[in-house]
Write a protein that binds this ligand. Structure first.
Ligand code: PAF
Length: 281
């Protein structure tokens, strides 16, 4: 496994691999890897000749009031996990390497990124699409793997790839949970034991919403979301949103909707957690 810190060096490496006909699989991460990330790496390893993992806590997707400085980092641990998973290259640039001082170009998706996390974190998706577009150009992947834990992010990236003609397949990886049901997230480490056990209400509330919608159909969405909100609030959560949207439009479902994203974001203490369920209609 090699570790590359420079953009130029990475792009040169990737272009050489492509010239040799190698299939490149890419997994973008912000590090502090958990089993969710490792499952994405395993998907890439099974399909690619060369697996590239980026580890970069991307400053442009954090608002000034958010947790950029506290975001957990442990490069040596991440590197060992990547080596165990037979990753070929880790790309770990500094923010200064990734963004020229006077960088002034953004990639923005303007529809699917509007609701949910885009409404609560108005500059978040612009940071994500910009860094992912840059990472795609640097890593030249045939495919990239994104987790369904960040379902809206996955749909936004798919739309960006379609709209901007990136010749890259986007492969979804399943959301991975702890044995008690909490969705794995690097931010779970901020939670006290008490907050962590109360945060299980997010998954519980989404499962109840799923059950109600599957049993009673779209007309039950209003009461399903109200019930989900109450479950999280009763556990002491400060609900940011709980919503049910068509995955293709990120708008309320219609009779043509084939898949529904029921998603929630909720604070326990100062930690904002997200989770979701996907329902086939
Ligand atoms: O999902 C993440 O960890 C980040 O948003 C990503 C895709 C690595 C971009 O910084």
């Amino acid at each position: 496994m090699i570790i590359i810190n420079s953009r130029k060096e990475l792009q040169k490496f990737a272009l050489e691999q492509k010239k040799q006909g190698k299939v490149i699989g890419f997994v973008p991460t912000m590090g502090f890897l958990h089993d969710g990330h490792l499952s994405l790496i395993d998907i890439a390893r099974a399909k690619a000749d060369i697996v590239i993992v980026s580890i970069f806590v991307n400053p442009t997707q954090f608002a000034p009031t958010e947790d950029l400085d506290q975001y957990p980092r442990d490069f040596d641990r991440d590197a060992n996990l990547c080596a165990d998973r037979k990753v070929d290259v880790i790309f770990a640039p500094t923010p200064e390497e990734m963004y020229p001082d006077d960088a002034s170009t953004w990639v923005t998706e303007t529809e699917l990124s509007k609701p949910l996390c885009g409404a609560s974190r108005p500059t978040f998706f612009r940071g994500v699409t910009t860094v992912v577009a840059k990472l795609f150009l640097l890593t030249q992947p045939d495919f990239a793997v994104f987790g369904l834990k960040d379902a809206q992010q996955l749909f936004v990236i798919k739309r960006m790839v379609r709209d901007l003609d990136f010749p890259i397949e986007i492969i979804p990886g399943a959301l991975v949970r702890d044995s008690d049901g909490l969705a794995l997230s690097s931010r779970n480490r901020y939670l006290s034991d008490d907050e962590r056990s109360r945060a299980l209400s997010i998954h519980k509330s989404l499962l109840e919403a799923r059950e109600l919608i599957e049993k009673q159909g779209l007309s039950a969405i209003g009461s399903a979301l109200e019930n989900a909100k109450n479950i999280m609030a009763s556990a002491g959560g400060n609900v940011d949103y709980v919503s049910a949207l068509d995955i293709d439009t990120m708008k309320p479902p219609t009779p043509h909707t084939s898949q529904l994203l029921v998603a929630a974001a909720c604070f326990f203490g100062t930690t904002r957690l997200i989770d979701n369920e996907l329902i086939d209609l």
